[in-house]
Design a protein around this ligand. Sequence first.
Ligand code: NAP
Length: 315
Amino acid sequence: MDNRAGLELVTQTEGNTVVKPDITGRTRLVGIFGHPITHTLSPAMHNAAFAALGLDFVYLPFDVRPEALADAVAGIAALSLVGVNVTVPHKETVLSCLDTVTEAAGLIGAVNTIVNRDGRLTGYNTDAAGFLKALEDAAFDPAGKEAVILGAGGAAKAVGAALGMSSIRRITFINRTLGRAKELAAKVGGATGVSSTAVPWEEMEKSAVSVIRSADIVVQTTSIGMHPRASECPPVPADAFRQGQLVVDLVYNPAPTLFLKTAVAAGARTQDGVRMLLHQGAAAFELWTGRPAPLSMMESALRTAPVAGRVSDIP
Ligand code: NAP
């Protein structure tokens, strides 16, 4: 590995780290494939990390339309990129373009990180590992516990698989489209043996209140409450939260969300989506560089990136 500093830290103003790329013929390239991609925070996080460790790497955003995905993935090997992150809308469709995927990524059915080893492309899902690391930060051990997951999209798949593989006792998925929740509950239950059920979204304020209240952990994985619709909140009644419960919202802009503020007011412990975002990025960083990720520098870059007002669909 070439340790020559490729990013020069030029200034730090009002908490915003500004990096100046110093690109040479030796610079290693990583990046992110998504569509749209203008709102991603990952370049800020990873370029700050490369600068902190003096690594001659640059992280770039690539706007890849769905019909161009296969060509773009072939380009990872053709252009000798170290690897890429993959985000909305490609996380599931990219699996068929890769040489191999890890067991966890196969179970989840989604890849968010690709590593290029001598032209052979391996797909990983660091969302699941990132979620579990974030739970460690909150000193929460899923073993033997009960979970409620709001949502059944890509993020819910990663969270469901992560909890399912961590000896959780029971998972209840609550989703607007009940069929997706049923499908996910069956998949997680079948793959991990964990008791998994699906509940209609409309029951959130009715029969599901007692289920949510008895849960040890409630994970909000829908995009409700994400900027610019920060005034929106899943319809969980305040009395469904309680002391001793951990409530996590994967939305990271804003952080905290109205959902988390409601949970805090009811006495629950909470964690915002920045912790998972940080840890999924750190896991990708370590796969690409073989170096421990500089977590505090990466978190600082995430929490100070100037996103408010221009982020509508951060992946
Ligand atoms: P996705 O696959 O598109 O799934 C979206 C989910 O939100 C589905 O369950 C959808 O329900 C539900 N939903 C959306 N609008 C809704 C509404 N108005 N009412 C009720 N349900 C609604 O998206 P995703 O990839 O799972 O991402 C979801 C959120 O997680 C995003 O905010 C994303 O930024 C965040 N995320 C954070 C991290 C992190 O590291 N912190 C990682 C991944 C994702 P239906 O099934 O009915 O459509």
